[in-house]
Design a protein. Structure first.
Length: 344
């Protein structure tokens, strides 16, 4: 979550302008289904987001101040939905490309400014419920969520494009995500290029620091891309006995949660399945905005989108798959304790 703060605050806005919320000329002309298909949120959740970010929509050059916040938000969400950045959206709202660009950037930064309201650690009451549900699902105690990585294709500058090339040959950002049993995301990291391993993305994150320090409590379920920790469990690739097999099966049942959550995210925001033709910094903000808006839809119990296909594309796990020697003794002891206490 703190991965993009530098980009936000290096470009602080100076000219907050009061605005009305609705732009009835376009938005109200759409029926509810058209509205949701176009902007990927229902009206109620759309205007909730609008109310949270309208006071953060500021334009450094003083332009675009007369454009309603709802129009700015609609432009940004339609861009994330279609990947047709700026020109197509400008046609809908009769705005020029530079104006659309300013609105899009302002919305991304406004959502990032409010990110702690949209993407956050569960409350104590939520924690208890989440851990109980994960225990029923997996048989593993104290599980707070699942973690995984996913690629989002980008077009990086030539001078650094080598860092973005994945083992499969395409250029991408490696996005780290963690979600709870309800598929609500509570962590996202979107700053690392495609060459970075899932394990590094996690180990250099704020989530890793708070779990390791003990300021947050709970166990994450990961795959073989991650190193075992006292707060992260991963499958045993070659179980030696029935208890280890039961443990691995339970863990894999839990991990389906994050796999499903990523699929739902990318179906809601199909631009994440294509190639984001933005600077790496703006790509990171766009990914953060998509995750934040996914959580809003989750909070409002909105149905998942089924109008787009999604095929999971695994990130590169080869470095750690045979890396048991990297596991520290207390992490191994923790895993063995879980198996002997709950799966024998």
């Amino acid at each position: 979550m703190d991965d993009i703060d530098r980009w936000i605050f290096e470009d602080r806005y100076r000219n907050a302008i009061g605005r009305v919320i609705r732009d009835s000329s376009v938005l109200d002309s759409l029926d509810d289904e058209q509205f949701r298909l176009r902007f990927r949120l229902t009206r109620s959740s759309f205007y909730f987001v609008c109310s949270r970010i309208e006071n953060c929509l500021e334009f450094p050059d003083g332009r675009c101040g007369s454009i309603p916040p709802a129009t700015c938000l609609a432009i940004a969400l339609q861009s994330l939905a279609t990947g047709n950045f700026q020109i197509t959206e400008g046609d809908l709202f009769s705005l020029s490309q530079p104006t659309v660009s300013r609105c899009f950037n302002a919305v991304l930064k406004a959502i990032a400014h409010r990110k702690s309201e949209f993407i956050k650690w569960p409350t104590p009451e939520q924690e208890e419920s989440i851990k109980n549900k994960f225990y029923e699902l997996t048989g593993i105690p104290q599980v707070i969520g699942c973690i995984d990585g996913t690629f989002v294709k980008v077009s990086p500058p030539r001078r650094v494009e080598y860092a973005y090339v994945t083992r499969k040959g395409f250029k991408a950002i490696n996005v780290g995500l963690a979600c709870d049993v309800n598929r609500r995301f509570f962590w996202v990291s979107a700053k690392y290029p495609g060459r970075a391993h899932d394990s590094r993305v996690f180990r250099e994150s704020s989530l890793y620091r708070v779990l390791r320090s003990g300021s947050r409590h709970g166990v994450l379920l990961g795959d073989s891309a991650y190193r075992s920790e006292t707060f992260l469990l991963k499958p045993i690739l070659s179980p030696r006995n029935y208890a280890e097999e039961r443990f691995t099966n339970g863990l894999c049942r839990g991990r389906v949660t994050i796999e499903n959550a990523i699929g739902i995210l990318k179906r809601q925001w199909p631009a994440l399945q294509g190639k984001l033709r933005l600077t790496p910094e703006k790509c990171s903000l766009a990914i953060l905005a998509a995750v934040a808006m996914r959580n809003v839809a989750n909070e409002y119990n909105e149905p998942d989108f089924t109008d787009t296909e999604y095929q999971q594309e695994p990130t590169d796990n080869e470095d750690i798959e045979n890396g048991d020697i990297l596991e520290v003794d207390n992490a191994v002891a923790f895993k063995d304790h879980i198996i002997s206490s709950y799966f024998v």
